[in-house]
Design a protein around this ligand. Structure first.
Ligand code: FAD
Ligand code: UDP
Length: 400
């Protein structure tokens, strides 16, 4: 019904929950201040408030909750993701069960096609991809394995994101599907990136064309922002949106801090800036019912300036006469979206981590604060584990 209401009113139901002009009155102290209302901050706040009975103040510099997972109804009444497509998937029963306390789910298995000179083929590379691209008739796993083995170049040791792919599928397929896309997405060649980046994408010998193989694959039935509202609407939690930590740090005293922003920012960039990759999102509403056959089409061609187009209706099952899509243009400047997995960056992060370990009254949690290329479920798992470690140290109203 939320979808239908929004279609009728065209209203954004998820604009600021609390604005700066309605700051809660100064308390003597909060037990915990949480910086960031994304997955890391929301899980920590929810656990501290409802499991440990702590009084928690959550602040976020953005005007909304849910961090990068924020979704809202656009002017056409379509539920869209402001910061690019977020698809939930996990192998962790714990993470799935925990989030299920705050949302129902819509089963959804993600499928992605890659545009290769105008032909749409499944990505990750699978049997269908090869048959379509090369006009082949490979009909068994063994045949596909033999085909790939004849192209693969042995590389030992496998260190970079180029090695991972070339050693599995050979140079031609690597260039077609990975090199251009990665150069655009990261602003550097796959040979300069840690192997973990392209290792996220498997190669399949079967015809399974799902992007993820996880046990749980689903979208929050009413969207991510609704799920976050359910997590954060607790009498022990106050929420301040549109304010920066630096502006409220002193005004709201607290015994413990949970910081989910960039770790280098917290320490005043003492050792220099950690590199993050950014994106510019171009959101468009089109006067057609459906734009593309699946939610995401990737454009690995380096000559195309964007990396992918997402059509949200596929994620939500929403029915409407128009459709909304997002183009992603990678960028060196802008909000920090992606930690860049490279040895030298990890070394710099380790120096900041050493500073963090010397701050017992601060928990650093999440993708930006631990400089890890984590999916949503990994951030939830990390936050739950951080809370479990913190809990024995919580005494009465004091956190020591
Ligand atoms: P964030 O969501 O970034 O939240 C941090 C919050 O802290 C932000 O809201 C920020 O405004 C706030 N903040 C930071 N510093 C301050 C400060 N000084 N004062 C006040 N507030 C501050 N994961 C998946 O599992 N599936 C996907 O399909 C998927 N797709 C993605 C697509 C894109 C384009 C991107 C960028 C990420 C994607 N992710 C996906 C990853 C997912 O977004 C993250 O794992 C998750 O959102 C991280 O949560 P977080 O709380 O660590 O960080
Ligand atoms: N990648 C690629 N071509 C594709 C899809 C992915 O080269 O069609 C590479 C690229 O470097 C990308 C990485 O694999 O950043 C991981 O892809 P994933 O879809 O997991 O990235 P995310 O959803 O986090 O942007």
């Amino acid at each position: 019904t939320a979808l239908i209401e929004a279609e009728i009113t065209g209203r954004n139901r998820h604009e600021p929950v609390v604005s700066p002009v309605t700051w809660p009155p100064l308390q003597d102290r909060y037990d915990v201040m949480v910086v960031g209302a994304g997955f890391a901050g929301a899980v920590m706040a929810e656990r501290l408030a409802s499991d440990a009975g702590k009084r928690v103040l959550v602040v976020d510099r953005r005007s909304h909750i849910a961090g990068n997972a924020y979704d809202h109804y656009d002017a056409a009444g379509i539920l869209v993701h402001r910061y690019g497509p977020h698809i939930f998937h996990t192998n962790s029963d714990d993470v799935f069960d925990y989030l299920s306390r705050f949302t129902d789910w819509r089963p959804y298995e993600h499928r992605v096609l890659a545009d290769i000179d105008g032909t749409l083929v499944p990505m990750p590379i699978n049997r269908t991809t090869l048959n379509t691209l090369y006009g082949l008739d490979l009909s068994s796993d063994a045949e596909v394995e033999a085909f790939l083995a004849s192209r693969a170049e042995p590389i030992d040791p496998i260190r970079t994101s180029a090695d991972v792919v070339i050693s599995k599928v050979g140079r031609k397929l690597y260039e077609t599907f990975f090199q251009g896309y990665t150069r655009k997405q990261w602003g550097m060649d796959p040979s300069e990136l840690d192997k973990s980046v392209t290792a996220r994408v498997p190669t399949r010998t079967c015809t399974d064309d799902r992007y993820f193989g996880d046990r749980h694959q689903a979208m929050p039935a009413q969207g991510f922002t609704r799920m976050f509202e359910a997590m954060l609407s607790h009498p022990n939690i106050d929420l301040l949106l549109g304010v920066d930590y630096a502006d409220v740090r002193v005004a709201y005293p607290h015994d413990h801090l949970v910081f989910t922003g960039p770790i280098d920012e917290y320490f005043g960039y003492r050792y220099g800036r950690l590199p993050y990759r950014s994106l510019r999102f171009e959101h468009r509403t089109l006067n057609e019912e459906r734009h593309q056959p699946v939610a995401v089409v990737n454009y690995p061609d380096e000559a195309v300036p964007y990396t992918r187009i997402t059509e949200y209706k596929h994620l939500t099952g929403q029915i409407a006469p128009q459709t909304s899509v997002t183009y992603e243009y990678p960028s060196a400047t802008g909000d920090p979206y992606y930690p860049i997995p490279r040895d030298e960056n990890q070394a710099l992060y380790k120096r900041y981590e050493a500073l963090a370990l010397a701050e017992p009254h601060v928990s650093f949690v999440g993708r930006l604060a631990t400089y890890r290329y984590y999916n949503m479920d990994q951030v939830v798992g990390q936050a739950l584990a951080t809370y479990r470690r913190l809990k024995p140290m919580l005494r009465g109203a004091e956190i020591t």
